[in-house]
Design a protein around this ligand. Sequence first.
Ligand code: COA
Length: 149
Amino acid sequence: MGYKEVCAGEVPLPLLLEADPSERSIASYRKNAWCFAVHSAGETIGACIVKPIGVKTAEIFNIAVCPPFQKQGIGSGLLSYTLGELKARNMQRVELNTGAFGYQLTYYQRHGFRVDRVLKNHFLEHYSEPIIENGLQHLDALRLYRVLD
Ligand SMILES: CC(C)(COP(=O)(O)OP(=O)(O)OC[C@H]1O[C@@H](n2cnc3c(N)ncnc32)[C@H](O)[C@@H]1OP(=O)(O)O)[C@@H](O)C(=O)NCCC(=O)NCCS
């Protein structure tokens, strides 16, 4: 199992839908993005899609690991690898949107991300279907950031 940069178009759509249920949204950031992935037995089992949004700032638009491979440290390895690659590209800051509750928030915080601001009604305004987790609907998103030092 190894982490490497790939073409974002190579990543299977069902994997990206694990993190973002909107195909339209995925299409909007997939083109010309940087993509870091992890493979097992020739299959892509995890991917992270990133784009520069400023001279020294990048945004993580999607990070996902195939469900059978989750909770085994692969996503943490992929995020660490991605942050290292961004630093090597002279990025100084990484930003992303995530839900205001759930294990994903803890996952990012364990990797040094902090809350920048609340995006009120983000999930209501940007997704046509309700996004439910643990029986609770996601309404607001958090904008997180991490400084790469
Ligand atoms: C978020 C994700 C990329 C993490 O990848 P992973 O390989 O599971 O990551 P790790 O094994 O390194 O685990 C990271 C943490 O997430 C927790 N976790 C992972 N999957 C989980 C799940 N389905 N339910 C609850 N906790 C989960 C792990 O227990 C671990 O928590 P800890 O640090 O408190 O021990 C992966 O779970 C995933 O693809 N989730 C669905 C897509 C998604 O939500 N992407 C992020 C969008 S904001």
